[in-house]
Design a protein around this ligand. Structure first.
Ligand code: AMP
Length: 126
């Protein structure tokens, strides 16, 4: 599916340095920063630097180098946060909301890493 990327979305502005962020990790192809409205004691967003709307777009069109970098960056953020299973925070949840049913608000791929408490069941029935 062809995706149209909106360069005015908030994460594009963060990547261009137009609005500030609390960076956790920056790599060649990825950026991780604290979510501005944390839903758990640990809530970090990891985004690719490339203009990808969602996971489908990224997995279909990103280069192998971008995909490897992003995958490893996500794990490194979990390690830095002490959130890997068995570490201090005792695990985490990764969420990538995509499209309408996924209730994605920002149209630039981002993975939420949530933890720091027991998060309850995966989704509400509402
Ligand atoms: P989603 O609903 O999956 O698209 O999530 C978008 C997330 O981006 C929400 O959790 C917001 O709190 C977060 N967010 C929006 N603006 C910013 C910002 N300027 N800095 C950090 N996080 C943000």
């Amino acid at each position: 599916m062809p995706y149209s990327y909106d360069p005015q979305n908030v994460f594009a502005k963060i990547l261009r340095g137009e609005i500030p962020n609390k960076t956790v990790l920056e790599t060649e192809h990825s950026l991780a920063f604290h979510d501005i409205g944390p839903q758990a004691p640990l809530h970090i967003l990891v985004i690719p630097k490339g203009p990808y709307v969602n996971y489908d777009h990224f997995a279909s069109e990103a280069s192998d180098a971008e995909i490897v970098d992003y995958t490893r960056a996500i794990n490194e953020v979990c390690r830095l946060a002490g959130a890997r299973p068995g570490d201090g925070h005792g695990g985490y949840r990764m969420i990538a909301n995509s499209g309408e049913a996924g209730v994605q608000e920002v149209p630039h791929l981002h993975i939420h890493i949530l933890g720091g408490r027991v998060l309850g069941r995966m989704v509400s029935k509402a």
